[in-house]
Design a protein around this ligand. Structure first.
Ligand SMILES: NC(=O)c1ccc[n+]([C@@H]2O[C@H](COP(=O)([O-])OP(=O)(O)OC[C@H]3O[C@@H](n4cnc5c(N)ncnc54)[C@H](OP(=O)(O)O)[C@@H]3O)[C@@H](O)[C@H]2O)c1
Length: 222
């Protein structure tokens, strides 16, 4: 698949680029083509050091989406919305948009704060990108753990969206060794998943932890 990571020069973007590039065509997007290109080269060098040879591309965000099957909005909430508006008319109609976006504010502790109108970042993005399918995923995935290629992960990723695009994104999650994808329901359920992130950060801050994440502990039904 061809995957564009908008804001891919940042934390979660770098982590996903490093983990997906061996299996997919990854394009790192940025506001600056030069910065995107540098990030792509840096990922190639990191992967080469680990014994994997692959090429990544770097483009300005709006150019990065060309011919992409999947577009990840790897951006802070306040930048994800204007970026979604900027790409709206240029997105391939079949492209799936992935949102790891978590709207949070600091108010003594971190608080989940989506827009009152939409109730979650994912639904707000879906409202902007109404011609494309939005799937939400990776909210509880600490970027630092993806970036550390020696980290074997062993973590779970909750995915929300409509059935067909959700299955595709769950496949992309499984393409990252050490991650298990769990179906967390339709996009309307994304608010619950998004709100786990500030909870994890608050728990970490109070309990001398870092890079906290989740695992689903259940007994499978035969
Ligand atoms: N970090 C994590 O561990 C983590 C985990 C799960 C989910 N998330 C979510 O993933 C999203 C991205 O988080 P992140 O930590 O990866 O973000 P980040 O590193 O802070 O920023 C990502 C990119 O955003 C771009 N950016 C900065 N200012 C901008 C502006 N004014 N307009 C447009 N783009 C701008 C920058 O790219 P350029 O300068 O190259 O344009 C930057 O590299 C957030 O919504 C976060 O809640 C993060």
């Amino acid at each position: 698949m061809r995957i564009a990571l908008l804001g891919g020069t940042g934390n979660i973007g770098e982590g996903l680029a490093l983990r997906w590039a061996p299996k997919h065509d990854v394009v790192i997007g940025s506001r600056s083509a030069e910065k995107a290109d540098e990030a792509a080269t840096s990922c190639e060098e990191r992967l080469f050091e680990e014994g994997t040879s692959c090429e990544l591309a770097g483009e300005e965000n709006v150019q990065a989406i060309a011919d992409c099957d999947v577009v990840v909005l790897a951006l802070q909430y306040q930048y994800a919305m204007p970026t979604a508006v900027a790409i709206k008319d240029k997105l391939n109609s079949n492209a799936i948009v992935v949102s790891p976006v978590v709207p949070m504010i600091k108010d003594g502790f971190l608080r989940y704060e989506p827009s009152k109108k939409y109730g979650s970042a994912a639904l707000e993005i879906q409202n902007i990108l109404s011609d494309n399918e939005v799937v939400s995923a990776f909210h509880t995935m600490p970027a630092a753990r993806l970036i550390d290629l020696k980290d074997k992960l062993g973590l779970d990723v909750l995915v929300c969206g409509s059935e067909k695009p959700k299955q595709i994104v769950m496949g992309l999650v499984k393409d990252i060794e050490g991650l298990t994808a769990f179906d967390a329901g339709p996009l309307e359920a994304s608010f619950m998943v998004e709100s786990i992130t500030p909870l994890l950060i608050n728990v970490s801050a109070r309990n001398r932890l870092k890079n906290s994440s989740i695992r689903i502990i259940g007994q499978s039904i035969k």
